[in-house]
Design a binder for this molecule. Structure first.
Ligand SMILES: NC(=O)c1ccc[n+]([C@@H]2O[C@H](COP(=O)([O-])OP(=O)(O)OC[C@H]3O[C@@H](n4cnc5c(N)ncnc54)[C@H](OP(=O)(O)O)[C@@H]3O)[C@@H](O)[C@H]2O)c1
Length: 258
């Protein structure tokens, strides 16, 4: 199926690794042009090089999404380069989960700025452009948004806020033709997921198999980033033109709720 993305332009935050990188790759393989960002410029440039090898136009913009000026520059640079914007994927982030009483105010605020406010700001900067193209937004959240678990904080409550924002904003901008959706991730192979195994010198595939068994993932395995990227590309495409204000679980059936 042709997703109809040829020539379209997307911003993917956190595109230098994991789910953001996989999304950029899927979009490029459909003929889209993609701007990615991250803080580590070396990793960002390496990722951009690898993505260019997939074919297509890639822009790498060093940016910390917790800084409003960086996000604004990311969107502006992308539109200056290609003259349009068809979508933004808010994928930058890190896993956080700790005992409630051990989390300081500063940690709550930092996680809020990274997981919620960054998406709000990114969308705010993108919206004037998305209105012109009937564009789309994908907010990358986690299954914890609907099914918070033990040691799910600060992340889970902030993911729930992201889910609520996704729905509320979809109702507000639907009349302009702009679609806003969320993706609720279970466990998918990415930099942050494999890091403990890499640091312990453990075989990554064995570690992921063990993790899937321990968690009881119904599909019996951890997800692959491209499975995420392809779903994101579909949601961003005109093929999903009647899909808005909703959340798609990409979790191998792990979430206990629908
Ligand atoms: N993979 C999973 O199983 C899973 C599950 C649930 C939720 N998620 C969520 O999905 C999102 C993506 O995770 P991932 O697994 O793809 O992680 P990852 O492989 O560690 O990649 C994270 C990406 O985000 C970037 N990033 C982090 N903080 C940033 C900041 N302040 N400004 C700009 N870029 C930043 C990183 O680059 P730099 O570090 O260089 O900035 C990197 O490109 C996160 O919000 C994560 O919590 C993932």
């Amino acid at each position: 199926m042709d997703l109809g993305l040829n020539g379209r332009v997307f911003v993917v935050t956190g595109g230098s690794d994991g789910l953001g990188y996989a999304t950029a790759k899927s979009l490029l393989s459909e003929g889209a042009r993609v701007a990615i960002c991250g803080r580590d410029t070396r990793r960002l440039d390496d990722a951009a090089e690898k993505l260019r090898a997939v074919g297509g136009d890639v822009l790498s913009v060093p940016a910390d999404v917790t800084r409003a000026e960086d996000l604004e520059a990311l969107v502006t640079t992308t539109v200056d380069r290609w003259g349009r914007l068809d979508g933004i994927v808010n994928a930058a982030g890190v896993h956080t989960g700790n005992r409630f009483e051990s989390i300081s105010d500063d940690e709550w605020i930092a996680d809020y700025e990274l997981k919620f406010l960054a998406a709000v700001r990114g969308i705010r900067f993108a919206l004037p452009h998305l209105r012109k193209t009937a564009g789309a937004v994908v907010n990358v959240l986690s299954t914890g948004a609907r099914a918070p678990g033990k040691r799910g904080m600060p992340s889970a409550p902030l993911r729930a806020a992201g889910l609520s924002m996704t729905k509320a904003l979809a109702t507000e901008v639907g009349g302009d033709g702009v679609r806003i959706n969320a993706m609720l991730v279970g466990v998918i192979r990415s930099g942050q997921i494999v890091r403990p195994a890499v640091e312990a010198g453990q075989d990554v595939d064995e570690y992921l198999d063990h993790l899937a068994r321990k968690l009881g993932v119904p599909l019996g395995r951890i997800g692959e980033p491209q499975e995420f990227g392809d779903t994101a590309a579909f949601l961003l495409s005109p093929r999903a033109g009647y899909v808005t204000g909703t959340a798609v679980h990409v979790d191998g059936g792990l979430s206990p709720v629908i």
